[in-house]
Design a protein around this ligand. Structure first.
Ligand SMILES: NC(=O)C1=CN([C@@H]2O[C@H](COP(=O)(O)OP(=O)(O)OC[C@H]3O[C@@H](n4cnc5c(N)ncnc54)[C@H](OP(=O)(O)O)[C@@H]3O)[C@@H](O)[C@H]2O)[C@@H](O)CC1
Ligand SMILES: [K+]
Length: 505
């Protein structure tokens, strides 16, 4: 698994200082390196597009210093560059001063002191670019005064907007107030490591697309610095052995379906079979026996003869002895008898890897259901979307940072894995770590998508992947398949079955 660690602003400052000391360079050299990397990225994106006018807005700290160095380097490459320094205070950083001198030796720098000076850039048009180097990691309060006016004005232009390191006004490690004024970039180009603020849905319009540029900060220290947060850049499945048979890859049991919701169980079953499981048994309501047999011929099907629309069986440990992993939830309905069934499964599944989804989560998210949470076998995987997670908690959150912290506490308290679904799905571990996913797209916000994920995860559990591997790898491959489906049809045309069709292992 390739992950990027997410560090907070003060850790990044320490990493910065350590790199400077370890390499025996000065901070201006590191700034130059970061800016050269940025300009290289920019050049690849807008290669020799000399019609573009690049308007760079600089603050007075090191983020502003970056802006000045980027201006110089872009100018040297033949880009049309205009530079605006906002004088909101008299205090400047040393590296800002050096870069201002370097730039002024061969280019004009415009200074903005009041709103009247906004006429200096009034001609910024659609095909132009705005680079935001006003404030970066050093932000410690919301923006006010001239900075606020400027950011509001820039946000109104139709130019392509790029933030250096992080959008000005956006806090890296904690929540902004709703009223805060923040730059709204199309791209955030951030140095070395992703930042926590980039992970959370509430910040989407203040992040845009984002990319990390490696500026060569010391790996050794990155590895040593503690963090709860990681970004899963890549993860691969294990190789299948040449001398293997279906018994090698485990037997999954999916408990799913009820009248009118058999599709959910079918999608889980198909996704499970497409994810390398050796054998699959589906336990479905009596009325759905034929539906399942016909829809998924590769799966074995079990049922009762009670003529019911839902599963109301009371399971015991013995019922599960032939299975390596269990999934429960897709389409099971929230009938009170189904709750009793779920309770029996949770009690009987001690020591069985298990994934719990959909209606099973709705049942656990009731007053009565929440008391069952403490009986969940350790390492059970829950896969709620935010609404289901809210029910499981029995309370709501102030903002996404608060939600994240509640997620960590919940996973720790119950010693389980929680897959909080959404863009950049967060997988929380019993240790309280969180892995944000890098694959997936908005086309996956469609009925049945979650059922597919459940099928993938239970297949991986049955094959002997640990709960952590199954959750992180499952989420990653689910998103990757979603990206393939979106590439071939477009996000709006995608349905959950396309995600199954596009699974590649
Ligand atoms: N780390 C790395 O690896 C590298 C980092 N690099 C770059 O350095 C950037 C960080 O630079 P930085 O520390 O100088 O902070 P920056 O964001 O420019 O702020 C400057 C000062 O503004 C102030 N201030 C705070 N909030 C404010 C507000 N709302 N409104 C007004 N003022 C406010 C506050 O000072 P205060 O007023 O509190 O004394 C603060 O000190 C980083 O994002 C990256 O671009 C690269 O060059 C090289 C590699
Ligand atoms: K910025």
């Amino acid at each position: 698994m390739e992950t990027l660690k997410i560090l907070n602003a003060s850790q990044i400052r320490a990493l910065d200082a350590f790199t400077i000391q370890k390499e025996g360079i000065s901070s201006i050299d590191l700034m130059e390196r970061a800016c050269a990397t940025f300009v290289n990225w920019f050049g690849q994106k807008y290669f020799l597009n000399t019609k573009l006018c690049v308007n760079i807005f600089c603050g007075l700290g090191n983020n502003g210093g970056d802006g000045l160095a980027i201006a110089r380097l872009l100018k040297q490459q033949g880009f049309c560059v205009k530079v605006f320094v906002v004088q909101y205070t008299d205090k400047t950083s040393a590296d800002f001063d050096i870069n201002l001198k370097r730039l002024q030796s061969f280019a004009k720098v415009n200074f903005i002191k009041t709103v009247n000076d906004f006429t200096l850039f009034s001609e910024i048009q659609q095909n132009n670019i705005i680079i935001d180097a006003l404030l970066g990691a050093g932000i410690n309060r919301c923006v006010e005064g001239i900075l606020k006016e400027l950011i509001n004005t820039l946000n109104e232009t139709t130019a392509i907007k790029i933030a250096v390191d992080i959008a000005s006004g956006l806090f890296m490690d904690n929540a902004n107030d709703k009223e805060d004024v923040i730059f709204k970039p199309d791209f955030t180009v951030t140095f070395q490591l992703p930042k926590l603020a980039l992970m959370l849905p509430q910040n989407y319009e203040f992040v845009g697309e984002w990319e990390v540029l490696d500026i060569g900060l010391q790996e050794q220290m990155i590895n040593e610095l503690p963090s709860y947060y990681f970004y899963t850049a890549q993860i691969f499945p294990k190789h299948r052995k040449k001398f293997s048979h279906k018994g090698t890859y485990g037997h999954s049991l999916i408990l799913g379906g009820s009248k009118g919701m058999m599709g959910a169980a079918i999608l889980s079953a198909k996704a499970c079979l497409r994810s390398g499981v050796g054998k699959l048994t589906c336990y479905v309501p009596d009325i759905a026996y034929t539906i399942m047999q016909v829809s998924v011929p590769e799966a074995m099907t079990l049922t009762t003869s009670d003529d019911l629309d839902f599963i109301s069986t009371h399971f015991t440990e013995k019922d599960f002895e032939h299975y390596q992993a269990i999934a429960i939830g897709p389409g099971i309905s929230t009938h009170p008898d189904v709750y009793k069934m779920l309770e029996s499964v949770i009690i009987a599944a001690t020591n069985k890897p298990m994934v719990i989804d959909a209606d099973a989560l709705n049942l656990l998210g009731t007053e009565e259901g929440r008391s069952l949470l403490k009986q969940l076998p350790p390492n059970t995987i829950l896969t709620p979307h935010p609404k289901e997670f809210q029910k499981l908690l029995g309370l709501t959150w102030k903002d996404d940072f608060d939600k994240l912290s509640l997620l960590q506490q919940f996973a720790k308290k119950h010693q389980i894995f929680v897959v909080l679904k959404g863009y950049q799905t967060a997988v929380a571990t019993p240790e309280g770590d969180v892995y944000f996913n890098s694959t997936g797209n908005a086309g996956m916000a469609t009925a049945g998508s979650g059922d597919v994920l459940t099928g993938i995860i239970v297949a991986l559990l049955a094959q002997g992947y640990s709960a952590k591997e199954a959750a992180i790898l499952g989420v990653f491959k689910h998103g990757e398949a979603g990206d393939l489906a979106a590439n071939s049809r477009g996000q709006m045309a995608m349905i959950a079955s396309d995600i199954i069709d596009d699974l590649r292992w």
